[in-house]
Design a protein around this ligand. Structure first.
Ligand SMILES: NC(=O)c1ccc[n+]([C@@H]2O[C@H](COP(=O)([O-])OP(=O)(O)OC[C@H]3O[C@@H](n4cnc5c(N)ncnc54)[C@H](OP(=O)(O)O)[C@@H]3O)[C@@H](O)[C@H]2O)c1
Length: 300
């Protein structure tokens, strides 16, 4: 940031957006966080809360065009394809329209590595073929195309970051299943998963604001794709608990089709000057594991 002061706006201050905003406030930015409901964590972290719904045209009509960066971390809140269409595609279309009358330095949008549907365990990078397997992934692809088109034809400084499975404090679906004893290995457990710690996602988004090239896509994922089996073996060893049973049926209802791919972060590391605090799940889950072991020891 070089001590410079810029106003920044974060659309949708949820799990990742709040952490991103918190860091930007600490670096001296003035940050506004938008959500549909009031969350006291925003103000508590120095973020000016704005209540609004980015899928509504009225929201964009009353928005002041006075921002250096816009960071869009909205999620579908586990919604279906209709919600995806509203929250990702339509809201971005409104934003592109709004940007006709205003200038910003960067627009960073968080997409997902679920745009890749590869099932062969191959490595994928930003130039790999997109093969969305689900309706929701197809909407994410359509949204990315809308932004890339706007970068080409409208000179919108849009940068897309694709996040893999986010985990961190109080978040981590498979970890929580393992801890509660409800985890099950999906079939052989040999399918690769790709993950990113919340803090590294936030630092990657800020790096994309600072160093991202408009019209480019960057993968924000850690260094080590891991199979489900390897992940459970790690937890089993660290927490001294048995391995979950293998199950032919998935352990939980899944919205995502079972892809099997390893996502490369090479471009983001090289071009965004992005440094990982948690290069793999081993470092990333260490604080949660230590807390569980401590509380078990305290109870003895
Ligand atoms: N979770 C994953 O593993 C994963 C994987 C790949 C990519 N991603 C992407 O990563 C990004 C960050 O995810 P996250 O886990 O931080 O999301 P999150 O915790 O669910 O936060 C999303 C935020 O969006 C707000 N929001 C939802 N609809 C809105 C609307 N119409 N107008 C204004 N605000 C709205 C929600 O607040 P209100 O409900 O108060 O409005 C919430 O604060 C998302 O773009 C997500 O798609 C996530």
């Amino acid at each position: 940031m070089g001590g410079s002061y810029e106003e920044c706006r974060s659309l949708a201050c949820g799990y990742v957006g709040l952490e991103t905003g918190r860091r930007l406030v600490r670096e001296g930015h003035e940050v506004y966080g938008i959500r549909r409901s009031l969350d006291p964590h925003l103000a508590a972290n120095g973020i000016h809360p704005i209540i609004g719904d980015i899928t509504k045209p009225q929201f964009w009509q009353q928005l002041r065009p006075e921002f250096g960066w816009i960071i869009n971390c909205v999620s579908s809140s586990r919604g279906n394809a209709d919600v995806y269409r509203e929250v990702y595609l339509r809201a971005n279309q409104f934003l592109m329209h709004w940007l006709n009358d205003t200038e910003i330095d960067r627009y960073v949008y968080t997409s997902s590595t679920s745009v890749f549907g590869q099932r062969d365990g191959s490595w994928v990078d930003e130039s790999s073929q997109i093969e969305p397997l689900t309706d929701t992934a197809r909407i994410l692809v359509e949204t990315e195309q809308c932004l890339l088109e706007a970068a080409r034809t409208q000179s919108v400084p849009a940068v897309i970051v694709r996040l893999s499975g986010i985990y961190g404090p109080d978040r981590g679906f498979l970890f929580q299943k393992f801890v509660s004893g409800e985890a099950a290995l999906d079939e052989t457990g040999d399918r690769y998963m790709n993950m990113i710690h919340r803090d590294d996602a936030a630092s990657g988004i800020i790096s994309a604001c600072q160093k991202g090239t408009p019209g480019q896509i960057y993968h924000l994922t850690d260094n080590q794709p891991v199979t489900q089996r390897e992940f459970f073996e790690f937890l089993s060893q660290e927490l001294d608990r048995p391995m979950p049973e293998s199950s032919q049926s998935p352990s939980s209802p899944k919205k995502r089709a079972p892809t099997h791919k390893r996502v490369s972060n090479k471009k983001a590391l090289e071009e965004l000057d992005w440094h990982l605090t948690y290069p793999s799940f081993r470092e990333g889950f260490a604080p949660e594991i230590a807390a569980i072991l401590k509380s078990a020891a305290d109870m003895e």
